[in-house]
Design a protein around this ligand. Structure first.
Ligand code: SDX
Length: 426
C-alpha cells in the first residue's frame, strides 16, 4: 500500500510519497517539491537528508548496528578476509572459492605501479603529509592508465587497479619518504601480508610476517571498509556524478577523509593521547576542555553523526587492541590513557546528554602503533580500508538508471540587486 506525507502551506496541500527501506527506515521523497511548491528544503550538513537508495551498507545509529550487504560486521571481522569483504561489498555477495581465487590473481597481476611514478614520490617535500601525496598520486594514475574503449572492461580493470595499486603506492610512499628502496609486492603473500612486507621488509632486516599483526590489519581494514553515506563516500558519489573517471572520484574521497573531523581523527586521537601523557596523564583536564563551549577542542575519537550509542566498530577495535598488545607483549601507556579517558567520559553527564561514545577512531590508532605504522600514515590506513566501500558506492551510483549529476540548491541571503558603481564614484 502506497504511503504519502501531506505538506500543507498557505492553504495548499501536496502529497509527497513515503519511501520505506528493506529495514523499515522511512523517507519522504521530495523530488517533486520545487515543481509543485516552488520551495526547496534546507538541511545544513544533511543530517536529515538521504542522498540515494543503497543496498550496500546498513547502519542503525540507535542500536549500534552495522552490516555489509546484510552480513553483521562482527561476523566479517571474525571470519572473513579483507579481500573477501572487498568482493562482497563490490559484487553484493560472498565469492565462491573459484571467484575468490580469480579475484586474488587479478589483484596480484595489477599490484605493480608504473616505475615513472617513483619520480613523483621522490619530488614531494620530505615532510609532505601522506594523505596529500596519496590523493594526488591516485589522480595521477589516470595519466598512466588511460581509459579503455570497452566501458565494462574499463570499469572492472580500473576497480582492480585501484584496489591493488593504491596499497602498493601507500607502501612506496612510506619507503621513499624514509629514503629506502621500495619493496615489490609478492605473489606468494596475501593482500594484508603483502602490504606489511612492502612497508617493513628491508635488505638488512627481513620482515617477519606475524599472524597477530596480519590478523589485526585484516580486522582493521574490514571494520573501515564501508559506512554508507559518510562525508568521503558522499564526496566520491558527488564528484563521480559529473561522470569523471574513478581515479579522480576516489582522489576526492581521500581528500575528504583527511579532515580531522572524519578519517583524520585517528591521527588526532594519538596526538591527543600523547599530549595528555606529556601533561602528566591528566584526563580530567582534557574532558573538561572538551565540554567547554568556549574551547574549540573536541574529544577526538568520540561522537558520531549517526551512532548515538557505542560505535560497533569501536567495540571490536577495543577487543582487537587488547588481544594484539597482549600477544605482542606491548604495554602502550596510551592505551591506559585511552581507557581512563573513555571511563571518565562515559560517566560524564555532558557526554551522556550528547550521546557521545567512542567511535571507530578512538582505539584504532593504538592498533596501528602496535603494528608499526607511523602516525602520519594512520589516515592512509583508513583510506586503504575504505577504498572498496568508495568503489562499491560509486559503482552502485553509475549502475543506477536514474543516475544524474549531483547539484544541490541554496537559499540566497546576499545583497539585493543594485547597479555597478564606477571606481571614481566609490
Ligand atoms: C568518522 O560519518 C561517518 O560514518 C564517519 C565515519 C566513517 O566510518 O566514515 O564513522 C568515520 O569520521 C568518525 C568520526 C571521527 N571524528 C572524530 O572523532 C572527531 C570528534 N568528533 C566530532 O567532532 C563529532 O562528534 C563528529 C564530527 C564526529 C560528529 O559531529 P556532528 O554530528 O556534526 O555533531 P555536532 O558537531 O553538531 O555536535 C553536537 C553536539 C555539540 O554540542 P552542542 O553545541 O549541541 O552543545 O555534541 C558536541 C558538540 O559540541 N560534540 C562534542 C564532540 N562531538 C560532538 N563535544 C566534545 N567532544 C566531541 N568529540
Amino acid at each position: 500500500m502506497d504511503e504519502y506525507a501531506t505538506l500543507t502551506y498557505n492553504g495548499k496541500e501536496i502529497l509527497l510519497p513515503v519511501i520505506t527501506g528493506s529495514e523499515g527506515e522511512k523517507a519522504i521523497d521530495i523530488s517533486s517539491l520545487r515543481a509543485e511548491t516552488g520551495f526547496i528544503t534546507l538541511d545544513p550538513g544533511y543530517a536529515n537528508t538521504g542522498s540515494c537508495l543503497s543496498a550496500i551498507t546498513f547502519m542503525d545509529g540507535e542500536k549500534g548496528i552495522l552490516r555489509y550487504r546484510g552480513i553483521p560486521v562482527e561476523q566479517l571481522a571474525e571470519h572473513s578476509s579483507f579481500k573477501e569483504t572487498v568482493y562482497l561489498l563490490i559484487n553484493g555477495r560472498l565469492p565462491n572459492r573459484n571467484e575468490l581465487t580469480r579475484f586474488s590473481v587479478m589483484l596480484n597481476d595489477n599490484s605493480l605501479v608504473h616505475t615513472d611514478l617513483k619520480t613523483f614520490f621522490q619530488n614531494y617535500p620530505r615532510g609532505a603529509h601522506p594523505m596529500g601525496i596519496l590523493s594526488s598520486m591516485v589522480n595521477a594514475l589516470r595519466s598512466f592508465y588511460p581509459a579503455l574503449d570497452s566501458h565494462e572492461e574499463e570499469i572492472n580493470i580500473t576497480m582492480t587497479r585501484l584496489l591493488s595499486k593504491v596499497r602498493t603506492m601507500a607502501a612506496m610512499s612510506y619507503k621513499i619518504s624514509r629514503g629506502h628502496e621500495i619493496v615489490f609486492p609478492r605473489p606468494d603473500l596475501t593482500y594484508c601480508e603483502n602490504f606489511l612486507n612492502m612497508m617493513f621488509d628491508s635488505p638488512v632486516k627481513p620482515y617477519e610476517i606475524k599472524r597477530e599483526t596480519v590478523n589485526a590489519l585484516r580486522g582493521f581494514w574490514i571494520l573501515h571498509a564501508d559506512h554508507e553515506q559518510n562525508c568521503s563516500t558522499s564526496a566520491v558519489r558527488m564528484v563521480g556524478s559529473a561522470r569523471v573517471n574513478l581515479y579522480a572520484a576516489i582522489s576526492s574521497g581521500i581528500a575528504a577523509l583527511w579532515g580531522p573531523l572524519h578519517g583524520g581523527a585517528n591521527q588526532a586521537v594519538i596526538e591527543m593521547l600523547t599530549a595528555i601523557q606529556k601533561d602528566g596523564g591528566n584526563c580530567q583536564k582534557t574532558v573538561q576542555r572538551a565540554k567547554d563551549r568556549n574551547d574549540p577542542f573536541r574529544l577526538m575519537g568520540f561522537g558520531h553523526r549517526v551512532y548515538k550509542t557505542y560505535d560497533p566498530r569501536a567495540k571490536i577495535m577495543k577487543k582487537m587492541c587488547d588481544n594484539l598488545l597482549e600477544s605482542m607483549q606491548i604495554d602502550d601507556p596510551l592505551l591506559n590513557i585511552a581507557r581512563e579517558l573513555e571511563e571518565i567520559a562515559l560517566r560524564d553527564q555532558y557526554f551522556i546528554d550528547h550521546n557521545l561514545y567512542p567511535n571507530v577512531d578512538f582505539y584504532s590508532g593504538i592498533v596501528l602503533r602496535a603494528i608499526g605504522i607511523p602516525t602520519n600514515m594512520f589516515t592512509v590506513m583508513f583510506a586503504l580500508g575504505r577504498l572498496p566501500g568508495w568503489i562499491a558506492q560509486w559503482k552502485e551510483s553509475i549502475d543506477d538508471p536514474h543516475w544524474k549529476i549531483a547539484r544541490p540548491r541554496q537559499i540566497y541571503t546576499g545583497n539585493l540587486c543594485y547597479d555597478y558603481i564606477p571606481i571614481h564614484a566609490r
